[in-house]
Design a protein around this ligand. Sequence first.
Ligand SMILES: NC(=O)c1ccc[n+]([C@@H]2O[C@H](COP(=O)([O-])OP(=O)(O)OC[C@H]3O[C@@H](n4cnc5c(N)ncnc54)[C@H](O)[C@@H]3O)[C@@H](O)[C@H]2O)c1
Length: 311
Amino acid sequence: MNCIVTGGAGFIGSHLVDKLIQQGNKVAIIDDLSTGKVKNINKSAEFYKLKIESNKIENIFRKLSPEVIFHLAAQASVVNSTNNPDLDAKANIIGTINLLKLCVKHKVKKIIFSTTGGALYGNTDVAATEEVYPSPASPYGISKFTGEQYMKFFGNEFDLKYCILRYANVYGPRQDPKGEAGVVAIFAQNMIKNKACTLYGSGNLKRDYVYVKDVIDANILAVKLKANEILNIGTGIPTSVNELFELMRKFSNYSISPIYRPKRTGELEISFLNYAKAKGLLGWEPKTKLTDGLQETIKSFNEKIRGGKDA
Ligand SMILES: NC(=O)c1ccc[n+]([C@@H]2O[C@H](COP(=O)([O-])OP(=O)(O)OC[C@H]3O[C@@H](n4cnc5c(N)ncnc54)[C@H](O)[C@@H]3O)[C@@H](O)[C@H]2O)c1
């Protein structure tokens, strides 16, 4: 398969590129390196440092004639989206429309779009299904939902094939501990460096932690799906930050007591996703137990930090 991965220098995108290349596919990356890192870029991939909203990306489509686009590039920070909704919209809405137009013009067979469950569904008493109508509470959620709506429009109007994957909280090696949302990455780094960890909302906030390699499997399985679908990609298991902290503390031999702080404005109490539809249509299930994924993540952070590199 000949494909483009937008955001392929980022956390999730770089794991996807590695897997696609390992499977023998031809991969090009479009990434502006705003949060992505050169060290994440697979050397066997072609790399284009460009913004997805730039009209220059048409040259790449013309040159490569890609069959599949995995669209992960995004302004992915809720805080940045609140401070600069216009910049968020430029990347997440205008950038997505730019890609969709090029997909139609250059006869791309399918686009697979990474979006979000948590920022769309809000608090849910039971694991959210795709039937829950999104009520995004941040510019990030709004721009991701708008991207989804454009994808549906291009699907209906121009017969573009798509699959929308709504992720829970993705964690794993290479996640940036400087990001605001990667609590696993932040704890891993702090525990290895023997620094205190801050737990918001008294550590009672619950999230659905899905391992990055399972998310990659979902992307690859989605290529073969015939119908245009929206699918949740999560574990269906809510885990409190306190539980997460205790597990990671045990795996890191760490003994510093946490600092408790009140919940930050706009933070959800509980967010977790029902993945029954992905299981039924893709045969996808999260394979990695939280305990295993956390240990793999801590091991990888340990190797990098002890090796004198940033996580
Ligand atoms: N990490 C999660 O828990 C999570 C959860 C839900 C959805 N997602 C979505 O998954 C995707 C990947 O997220 P991630 O966690 O790997 O984040 P990331 O920040 O590591 O990756 C995003 C990549 O996109 C690039 N990028 C940003 N704006 C761009 C632009 N305008 N043009 C070109 N490249 C641009 C960045 O440089 C970066 O490499 C995003 O679309 C995000 O919204 C992530």
